[in-house]
Design a protein around this ligand. Structure first.
Ligand code: CA
Length: 484
């Protein structure tokens, strides 16, 4: 008997030891952070040194060169993050309407598998969070300054403070005082920044005010070569970006410049672009500085040895490319999203992955890291083999995309599409699309900026036909309901 008990104790001790060695996960997420605005991704802001801390995650881990979203807009992207499902299955098609919190979500499974779970910051899904041992979230879009936060117990206002700082402070507080040290944790830190209206904290506001940033090649795009949707959108720097809340022309130094120089036409667009970049990139620098505070805490506390750190955003964003701000389109700048990850002893430092990954993969990745069961009905795949540098032979070769929010702010027509590593086929459909349907096709190898749809070019008819087949296949695979 005694022997049996000691054997039992031994098994218990061993299993506890294993349990405590399960990796923690620190998930860092921001709102509208374009990959172009991360140094590690290269591009026109590479030399601006905007994101040394986010870059350090890539340097010590892996950068995903081809991470994409399933529906490029805030709330649906978060619903996909939690459920591992496309919008049509999690029910969150657009920013309007509710989210069914009662449905399956990865954090509920993590919790059952012995993880302590916490969500701090912007989730943009109304209603009480489920599956989190601790949650403290901004109501709706939340505010940059004097933000309110909602918890299980009610509402707190953080007077005189910037949301990026408060979110980090609250996350650090949870790491220091809220943890059950017997359990591994999943901490999700979700920044509101750099969402419109791009209000950086004081330090970054002052530092970025005098800077001038490179313009994109396509700032003065006239949309020739593309269809109705690109022509009729309402998200341009020229026409949509407001002088008041967006560009903040009332601020003294900006007001003074405008009064003195009175820029018009292209000069005014250029000036608005610079003001936009000063504020947007200032927000990014603030997020990065705060990511640095979290990374420093992991290091000081020794948690860095067993914590997977991932940084991503709910979608990409236009930083003046095509003359735009905002997102929604399946064109590359908003379809893509940043993704970097570090995991000591597992990810080879400085590695880059070019497989097609999508935000439907995140939930399964978290579960896989935790060794928790992955439900059959989640629609992505775990990225863990990729993190280990071993992409499975049957990894996906195409992505499905679907945007639904129309008619709505920014007037981007409904569309779905399919993309592989080189080609992209988009079908705009429904209200305010001529004849109810309009196709566009791009060869990104020859036209990386997607300036000229080649849909009508007979040279591409074979590849277009095969992409149409692929689209049908993906619609069946992902159980997309019939549309018009
Ligand atoms: Ca967003």
């Amino acid at each position: 008997m005694k022997r049996l008990i000691s054997l039992f104790t031994l098994i218990l001790m061993v299993s506890c030891a294993f349990a405590s060695e399960k990796p923690n996960i620190l998930w860092l997420f921001s709102d509208d952070h374009a990959y172009q605005a991360i140094g590690a991704y290269g591009g026109r802001f590479e030399k601006e040194n905007l994101t040394p801390n986010i870059d350090s995650i890539a340097k010590s881990g892996m950068l995903f060169e081809r991470a994409y979203v399933a529906n490029s807009i805030c709330a649906p992207s978060r619903a996909t993050l939690l459920t591992g499902k496309h919008s049509h299955l999690n029910g969150k098609y657009d920013n309007r309407g509710g989210f069914n919190h009662n449905q399956q979500q990865f954090q509920k499974i993590l919790q059952k598998s012995g993880y302590q779970t916490a969500m701090i910051g912007k989730i943009h899904l109304n209603g009480k969070m489920q599956g989190f041992d601790y949650w403290e979230v901004l109501p709706g879009q939340g505010r940059y300054w004097n933000p309110d936060f909602i918890t299980e117990k009610g509402r707190t206002k953080y007077k005189g403070q910037h949301s990026t700082t408060v979110i980090t402070d609250r996350a650090l507080n949870w790491l220091k005082t809220g943890r059950d040290e017997k359990k591994p944790f999943m901490l999700m830190v979700h920044y509101k920044a750099p969402h419109r209206h791009w209000e950086p904290n004081k330090k970054q506001k002052a530092a970025f005010r005098s800077r001038t940033f490179p313009e994109p090649d396509t700032l003065f795009d006239d949309y020739e070569g593309r269809g109705t949707a690109a022509h009729k959108q309402d998200m341009s720097i020229a026409k949509t970006m407001t002088m008041n809340s967006d560009v903040k022309a009332y601020q003294p130094e900006r007001k003074a410049y405008l009064e003195k120089h009175n820029p018009q036409g292209k000069d005014l667009i250029r000036w608005k672009y610079q003001a936009y970049m000063q504020d947007y990139l200032g927000c990014i620098a603030g997020v990065d500085e705060n990511v640095g505070r979290l990374l420093a805490h992991l290091k000081e506390s020794g948690l860095d040895k067993n914590t997977v750190v991932m940084y991503s955003a709910d979608q990409g964003f236009y930083l003046g490319e095509h003359g735009w701000f905002d997102k929604r389109f399946m064109y590359e700048e908003s379809f893509r999203t940043p993704l970097v990850a570090s995991w000591k002893g597992v990810i080879k430092p400085g590695s880059r992955n070019s497989d097609l990954v999508q935000n439907i993969d995140f939930a399964e990745t978290f579960l896989d890291i935790a060794g928790a069961p992955i439900p059959e009905d989640m629609q992505g795949r775990s990225l863990v083999p990729l993190l280990k540098g071993k992409t499975p032979k049957d990894w996906r070769t195409s992505l499905y995309y679907h945007y639904y929010e129309y008619p709505a702010v920014h007037s981007v027509r409904k569309h779905e599409g399919v993309a592989d590593k080189r080609y992209k086929l988009i079908r705009f459909y429904g209200q305010d699309v001529p004849n109810g349907e309009e196709w566009e096709f791009y060869d990104l190898k020859n036209d990386p900026q997607e300036m000229q749809s080649q849909y009508a070019n007979p040279e591409h008819s074979d590849i277009i036909a095969s992409l149409k087949k692929e689209l049908t296949k993906l619609r069946t695979q992902y159980k997309v309901p019939a549309i018009q």
